[in-house]
Write a protein that binds this ligand. Structure first.
Ligand SMILES: [Mn+2]
Length: 265
């Protein structure tokens, strides 16, 4: 068995929600918003306002630098209001939780007006054949299949008991926990060899095939990628938010095209 054939859990399957990616839809990811950083929050709100009028915004995970549960809702008010404004103006927002903010839940959904897509979703482009239209949208940490300790930790952290526990953590403890998690994760990144953390082509193929998609768009790696794999599958990774190629947009021709913050309005 090759090291890349780590069994993929049945998180991606036919049950994924399907949503139309109309012309003008934007896809972004890895914003890593620290709600205490007002400069970052302001810049996020400016970008939200610039998107007014688009049909849909897909956030491919790690909207927040960390999210430890509903206790954090109040401190994230400005960010949430910025999203609400866009939603109230008629833009649908989908948020795919990332490894930093997988504890986002219904309270966030209710306040922001965004829809959480816990296991990702399938976007449907407006043109092309039926299979060409299907785009798998996930955060992308699930593609790092060589990083076994990480994948094991991921399963535990996303389990039901942990979610239940997180929902009831009081504010101060939540904040303490969040800062510890953040430091631990930074340290883990420091001493791991890079290859083990990389997203794997084999996993990309398996996930896309399982969802009958001809393209896959994700984030997590913070490094832009537009790659045509040998079997014709197209794999995009968007830059982290604020990077040069941090946005994919559905063009007038109904295709995904990369765009930069300056031209994205
Ligand atoms: Mn991530």
């Amino acid at each position: 068995m090759s090291p890349t054939s780590v069994p993929i859990r049945s998180e991606v399957g036919p049950a994924l929600p399907e949503v139309p990616l109309g012309v003008g839809t934007h896809l972004i990811g890895d914003l890593h918003l620290d709600v205490a950083n007002s400069e970052q929050v302001d810049s996020f709100c400016r970008r939200m306002r610039a998107l007014a009028g688009i049909p849909r915004l897909v956030i491919l995970g790690d909207l927040f630098e960390y999210w430890v549960g509903p206790a954090q809702l109040d401190s994230a008010r400005v960010v949430i209001d910025g999203m609400r404004e866009l939603v109230d103006g008629g833009t649908a927002i989908d948020v795919i939780p990332g490894n930093r903010d997988f504890l986002l839940e219904k309270h966030f959904e209710r306040r922001s007006g965004a829809r959480l897509r816990s296991n990702g979703m399938v976007g449907l482009l407006p043109s092309g054949t039926e299979t060409d239209q299907r785009v798998l949208l996930i955060h992308g940490d699930e593609l790092c299949t060589l990083d076994l300790p990480y994948q094991r930790m991921r399963r535990v952290l996303r389990s039901r008991p942990l979610r239940f526990f997180a929902a009831s953590i009081p504010g101060p403890i939540a904040r303490w926990l969040a800062s510890r998690l953040r430091r631990a994760s930074t340290k883990a990144i420091e001493y791991k060899p890079n290859a083990a953390m990389d997203q794997q082509e084999a996993a990309c193929r398996e996930y896309a095939a399982k969802a009958s998609c001809r393209s896959l768009v994700c984030g997590h790696a913070h490094r832009y990628r537009d790659q045509r794999l040998s079997d014709g599958l197209r794999w995009f990774v968007v830059d982290a938010f604020g990077g040069e190629r941090d946005t994919l947009r559905v063009s007038a021709a109904g295709e995904l095209e990369v765009t930069s913050p300056g031209s994205s309005a």
